[in-house]
Design a protein around this ligand. Structure first.
Ligand SMILES: [Zn+2]
Length: 409
C-alpha cells in the first residue's frame, strides 16, 4: 500500500485538516448534467417515462459490476469500463486488481454496491456506487463515488468523473467544472515543482497527469482505499490529489509529496521500497516552500518537522534492515512516513544527496513490474535492500550511525 496513506501521516502529526464533503462533487456533476441537458435539448423526444424505463434497465444491467467485484472477475469488471478513455481504463484495471487482492487477504474485505442511476439523455447519465472496505481491527468504511455513464456502440460503459482538462507544458490537469480557478492555480504550482525537481534532481518526466478531487470519499473510492489525501498511481496512471480549499499551503505540500513519488518511480522503474518512497516524499513535502514566488528547499522547516516526528516516535529505534523490510502500512507500530523521513534526512545529512541518486540509478537497472504495489512489495524490498547495501555498505554499521545521529533508544 505504498504511496497511498498520505492522510495517515498527517493524522499522525496531528495536523489533519478537515476533509471536504460529498455534496461538492455531486453539485459539479449536476451542473454538467444541466449543461448537457440544455445543449442536447432532448426533452421533446426523451420524456420522463423513457427516462424511468431506461434507468430501470440500466440498474439491472450495472448490477453486473457488483457481481464482477463479488466474484473477483477481472474480465467481467473491465467490460463495463470505457476503453475510449485510456487513462481511466488503466486506472480501473488497477482498481479491480487491488479489489481481487483484498479478497485474498483474510483481514481485508472489499465490496461495491450500486447506489443510484440517473440518466440525462438516451446516451448519458450518472452512476453512484458505495465502496465498502474493511481491514482487521477497524470498522469498515463506506465511500461514495459518482461516475459518468455513456452509451457506446458496444453498450453502456462507466466513464470517469465529469472532469474537464487543461494543459501547461507536459502537465495535464483534470478537474471538475466548479474547480476551474483552483485548477489554474495548482497547474502553475505543479509546473513550478516539476521545474524545481528538474533543476535540482534532473527529473525530466514525459508527461504528468493530475486529477483534482474535492471529495475525500470519491478519491478514496476511486483507488480504492478507506481514506487518503493523495495517491501517486502507477507509472502510466494519473496522480490524484485532494484539493483542500481552505488550506492552499497544505494542498501545495500534497503536490510536492505526490510529485516526488512520480519522480522516484521514474528514477527507479518503481522498484524503490515504501520506506524510501515515503521518506523522500515526506522530506519534500516539508522542505519545498514558496518564497517570494520562487521555490526553495527550506532547511529550517525540515528541521522543525524532524523534531516533531522524533517526539511523535518517542525516539524509538529500529534497525535499517527492519525499516527497509516494512511491507505493509498496516504495521501500526512503525510509521513508514515518520521513519522514512528520519532515514532519508539522515542519509542526506551524513552521506549527501548524490549517494541517494546513485542508489536509485542502481534500482533502475531492474525491470518495472507492472502490478499493484501490494503484489510486488516483496520483490521491491529485495531489490531495494540489495542496491542499498551495494551503495552504502554494511547495514549494521549504518544502523548504529542512524541510532546515534538522532539519539534513538
Ligand atoms: Zn506518499
Amino acid at each position: 500500500m505504498k504511496k497511498y496513506l498520505y492522510s495517515l501521516f498527517i493524522m499522525f502529526l496531528l495536523i489533519l485538516t478537515t476533509g471536504c464533503t460529498q455534496e461538492k462533487v455531486s453539485s459539479g456533476q449536476e451542473n454538467t448534467a444541466t449543461h448537457q441537458k440544455k445543449a442536447k435539448n432532448k426533452e421533446d423526444t426523451f420524456n420522463d417515462q423513457d427516462k424511468e424505463k431506461l434507468e430501470a434497465e440500466l440498474k439491472q444491467y450495472f448490477l453486473g459490476v457488483e457481481e464482477a467485484v463479488k466474484n473477483k472477475n477481472y474480465d467481467e469488471f473491465m467490460k463495463f469500463q470505457n476503453p475510449d478513455n485510456p487513462l481511466f481504463y488503466r486506472e480501473q484495471a488497477r482498481w479491480i486488481k487491488a479489489a481481487i487482492l483484498y479478497g485474498k487477504i483474510k483481514e481485508a474485505t472489499l465490496s461495491i454496491g450500486l447506489y443510484d442511476i440517473q440518466v440525462i439523455s438516451e446516451t448519458q447519465g450518472f452512476i453512484s456506487f458505495v465502496v465498502t472496505m474493511g481491514f482487521k481491527n477497524s470498522e469498515p468504511t463506506n465511500n461514495h463515488i459518482q461516475y459518468q455513464i455513456i452509451k457506446t456502440a458496444d453498450g453502456w460503459k462507466i466513464n470517469d468523473l465529469p472532469f474537464q482538462s487543461m494543459n501547461k507544458d507536459n502537465i495535464t490537469f483534470y478537474y471538475l467544472p466548479e474547480n476551474v480557478r483552483e485548477a489554474e492555480k495548482y497547474i502553475e504550482d505543479t509546473f513550478q515543482i516539476v521545474q524545481f525537481y528538474k533543476e535540482n534532481y534532473r527529473w525530466n518526466p514525459d508527461h504528468v497527469d493530475v486529477k483534482l478531487f474535492t471529495n475525500r470519499e470519491a478519491l478514496a473510492a476511486s483507488v480504492p482505499f478507506p481514506s487518503l489525501s493523495g495517491e501517486s498511481g502507477d507509472m502510466d496512471g494519473s496522480f490524484k490529489t485532494l484539493l483542500l480549499k481552505d488550506n492552499p499551503e497544505r494542498t501545495f505540500s500534497i503536490f510536492a509529496h505526490e510529485l516526488t513519488h512520480r519522480m522516484l518511480m521514474d528514477f527507479t522503474n518503481d522498484n524503490l521500497t515504501s520506506l524510501f518512497q515515503e521518506g523522500l516524499a515526506t522530506y519534500m513535502e516539508n522542505g519545498v516552500k514558496k518564497e517570494n514566488g520562487k521555490l526553495v528547499l527550506d532547511k529550517k522547516s525540515l528541521n522543525k518537522a524532524i523534531e516533531k516526528v522524533l517526539a511523535a516516535c518517542k525516539h524509538r529505534y529500529y534497525s535499517l534492515e527492519t525499516l527497509i523490510n516494512i511491507d505493509s502500512y498496516d504495521d501500526k507500530d512503525i510509521n513508514v512516513y515518520a521513519y522514512g523521513f528520519l532515514v532519508t534526512n539522515f542519509l542526506i545529512e551524513t552521506e549527501g544527496f548524490n549517494k541517494i541518486t546513485k542508489f536509485e540509478k542502481l534500482l533502475k537497472q531492474s525491470k518495472y513490474i507492472d502490478n499493484v504495489d501490494e503484489h510486488k512489495s516483496d520483490m521491491m524490498n529485495k531489490r531495494t535492500l540489495s542496491a542499498f547495501e551495494k551503495v552504502y555498505g554494511n547495514l549494521d554499521q549504518l544502523s548504529a550511525a542512524f541510532k546515534e545521529f538522532y539519539k534513538l533508544k
